[in-house]
Design a protein around this ligand. Structure first.
Ligand SMILES: [Zn+2]
Ligand SMILES: [Zn+2]
Ligand SMILES: [Zn+2]
Ligand SMILES: [Zn+2]
Length: 494
């Protein structure tokens, strides 16, 4: 693979932007199912299966119902698309008893929607064609290129007979979608191309946060921290809670570039140690990659202490062994039921002396625990004993420290975790107040802390759509804030 190609997309702040300010808010050029989607309604993208009481559109494709609001909608199943899919007999081999067989047709829907703009809205089509397609790199990845050839290019040209679109044209559109798409929709997998959001460059510590509206996929990008004039405006195409090796692998495979950002270049990942192991030889040092920008680099203990009792006899592992170890531990995590608090705690205990407490594998488990304590049966907030309330607080604080570095500022993940943190603190405080085991001044101090968490969570989550789980949490944060302020008034000014 040609590794010398990097992203040239670039967006900088034209003026100083304060955290929370809107950088852009725009409707998509195109939306459609993600690659590998299940059979879904072409209007509203609801997943359909053999057991679902679905309807059939004029074109023969399954839809959720004839009254689906997405039928005839610009970002759903348009009349033009319906007519073309009907004329091309695209659904003639659809066996309504075998949805799996029809699944691969959905890979071609978003590319077709781009191609239809050529006739219907040439300005939008030109805009799409101006985006990077990385064809030279993608052509050399047979797995990817061949999948597009069979499930998109041949589908559109051979099966549906739409030969007015050339092979090159279709491959380019596939590339443009892969490189520039945003995943949108809540609990459903939809991708969308936007007229200017694609210009934001990637950084593993992004300075923006974005959300999309459910009904029209309007994307709103906000500054998550203060951004100065001429500073790049960035987002992360990789999951920020992954370690460097994983993030870089994802970016290379899916976005076709090698990230060399500050975080990727630093073995300690900006002091978060999200890829660090505890040295098995000295139990003091941390095992870090010698060169994180080289995936084949060995990992070694960073303990440089020369005192005989603390000195490390030396420990180095190859990249391959490290990857094997990580994927073995990862599969152990994957086998844990997502609501099984006890097994998650056992996992953390088991790897206490192996993984750094903020290693990304631990972080994922801790993020789950931060939300499960207080939420699931047997662990509802008011039933939690004091020690588990303290545990929830401890976990929230620990992960927040990492988020402060890798997703700093007004970001969704911080908003949610601040909300999770306020709850145990509030309950402990009221329990202690009822038993008169805290002084009035400690009480005031605690309430101030709760107010601080809720104010920030309420602000961050107010950016999310009202009906999303985060939006609902934001509303709850604001309600809780009012109650506490009332309570505060009763016990004296806080
Ligand atoms: Zn529908
Ligand atoms: Zn139709
Ligand atoms: Zn990076
Ligand atoms: Zn060591």
């Amino acid at each position: 693979m040609n590794l010398s190609v990097y992203c040239f997309r670039y967006m900088v702040a034209g003026r100083d932007l304060i955290a929370g300010s809107i950088i852009l808010a725009e409707l998509p050029l195109v939306v459609g199912p993600c690659n590998g989607s299940k059979v879904q309604c072409l209007g509203c993208y609801q997943t359909l299966d053999e057991t679902y009481l679905y309807s059939k559109c004029n074109c023969g494709w399954p839809i959720c119902s004839s009254t689906c609001p997405g039928i005839g909608h610009a970002f759903g199943h348009t009349e033009e698309e319906c007519a073309i899919l009907k004329d091309s007999k695209s659904s003639q081999n659809f066996d309504y008893k075998d949805f799996d067989n029809f699944k691969e047709n959905y890979n071609a829907v978003a590319p077709l929607r781009c191609l239809l703009l050529k006739e219907m809205d040439s300005k939008k089509y030109e805009k799409i064609l101006s985006m990077e397609n990385h064809n030279e790199i993608r052509r050399n990845i047979p797995e990817l290129w061949n999948l597009n050839q069979t499930t998109v290019v041949d589908k559109i040209r051979k099966d549906w007979g739409l030969v007015e679109f050339s092979e090159d044209e279709i491959h380019s559109v596939c590339g443009i979608l892969e490189v520039n798409c945003f995943e949108v929709g809540h609990n459903i997998s939809i991708r969308g191309l936007y007229p200017s959001a694609f210009l934001m460059s990637h950084d593993c510590v992004p300075n923006t946060n974005h959300s999309d509206e459910e009904n029209n996929f309007k994307l709103t990008v906000r500054a998550s921290m203060d951004i100065h004039t001429n500073q790049p405006i960035t987002l992360s195409y990789a999951y920020t809670l992954q370690g460097t090796l994983r993030r870089r692998e994802h970016l290379l495979e899916n976005k076709f570039f090698e990230c060399r950002c500050k975080r990727c270049s630093d073995p300690a990942e900006l002091g978060t140690y999200t890829s660090a192991l505890i040295c098995p030889k000295c139990n003091i040092g941390l095992v870090l990659s010698i060169n994180p920008l080289d995936n084949d680099s060995s990992w070694t203990c960073n303990n440089k202490c020369t005192k005989p009792d603390k000195k490390c006899p030396g420990y180095t592992v190859t990249a391959k062994s490290m990857q094997l170890l990580i994927s073995r531990i990862q599969s152990e995590i994957d086998s844990i039921d997502p609501n099984d608090v006890e097994t998650m705690e056992k996992f953390l205990d088991k790897y206490r002396n192996v993984l750094h407490p903020t290693h990304f594998l631990c972080l994922g488990v801790k993020l789950s625990l931060s939300q499960l304590y207080g939420k699931i049966t047997g662990y509802l907030l008011h039933e939690l004993p004091d020690d588990l309330l303290y545990r929830k607080m401890e976990i929230c604080r620990e992960i927040l420290k990492i988020f402060d570095t890798v997703e700093p500022g007004l970001t969704k993940i911080r908003g949610v975790t601040l909300y999770e943190l306020h709850a145990p603190l509030m309950i402990l405080t009221s329990r202690q107040f009822e038993t008169q085991s805290i002084s009035k001044s400690i009480l005031k101090h605690r309430l101030k802390e709760v107010v601080k968490y809720l104010e920030e969570a309420g602000l961050i989550l107010s950016y999310e759509p009202d009906n999303s789980s985060e939006g609902i949490m934001g509303k709850a944060a604001k309600d809780a804030l009012l109650k506490i302020k009332d309570w505060g008034k009763i016990i004296g000014r806080i």
